[in-house]
Design a protein around this ligand. Structure first.
Ligand SMILES: [Zn+2]
Length: 240
């Protein structure tokens, strides 16, 4: 195994990659394995792919890119046979924004030749989505756009327990939630819209879900409510 994988519940896992401490998620069913985000380089992505084959007994069949940022999308070219889901805005960015992606990755210390290789391998899907349901074989996963926040086009992945089984819902939040630092607010963000998006996230997962941030430790609904209040205070301060 190349990475440490945390078993969240049943056949749902996540791993924190050392570069950028970005989380990647894995939901396994009888007929497939869905990966949430892909890391920054093809080296990372190849290691993820090998680990998934060991954990799931199959290759990655579906990939969800939660949002456009390099540490979530640049490994995606490794998964050539998987069906890739991303928002239309992310598709547009992957198709046309390679110099921004490159600059952003290099500013965080990524290796230039690895980034160039990852950009050359990008294979965005033919069309973007807002919402989708994926049947992994006895396990249904939904992908949803809940509103603007960290970026204008963040997707979340909601993975309830397998059909007929009890167990907590796991929600992969992308960078709509961060635990290891304050939420990252930048030029891509919509700060005023973000708190209401977290309300919809809490509705989608429910009070007992396991919430998996894009960066940091797994959190609960109470943490998300606190982050929503922190964002609300930021909005108040900035609009005063
Ligand atoms: Zn991000």
């Amino acid at each position: 195994m190349h990475y440490d994988w945390e078993n969240l519940t049943g056949s749902v896992y996540r791993s924190r990659l050392s570069f950028c401490d970005v989380t990647i998620g894995l939901v396994c069913g009888r007929a497939g394995a869905l990966l949430v985000d892909t890391g920054t380089t093809l080296i990372e992505a190849a290691a993820i792919e090998a680990d998934v084959r060991e954990i799931a007994g199959s290759s990655v069949t579906h990939v969800v890119l939660t949002h456009k940022h390099f540490d979530h999308v640049l490994g995606s070219g490794q998964f050539r046979v998987a069906q890739i889901f991303c928002a239309p805005e992310v598709l547009e960015y992957l198709s046309s924004g390679s110099s921004d992606l490159r600059d952003d990755a290099l500013s965080f210390g990524a290796d230039a030749s690895e980034v160039d290789r990852a950009i050359a391998a990008l294979q965005p899907p033919r069309r973007g989505i807002r919402d989708a349901a994926v049947d992994l074989g006895g396990r249904r996963v939904t992908i949803a756009y809940l509103g603007r926040g960290h970026t204008t086009a963040d997707l979340v992945v909601v993975a309830p327990a397998p059909d007929g089984e009890a167990g907590p819902v796991v929600v992969f939040t992308g960078d709509l939630v961060e635990e290891s630092g304050d939420p990252c607010i930048d030029a891509d963000s919509d700060l005023p819209a973000w708190p209401a998006t977290l309300d919809r996230l809490l509705e989608a997962g429910g009070p007992d879900a396991v919430y998996v941030p894009g960066h940091g430790s797994v959190v609960d609904a109470e943490f998300i409510r606190r982050q929503r209040e922190w964002l609300r205070e930021r909005v108040d301060r900035e609009t005063r």
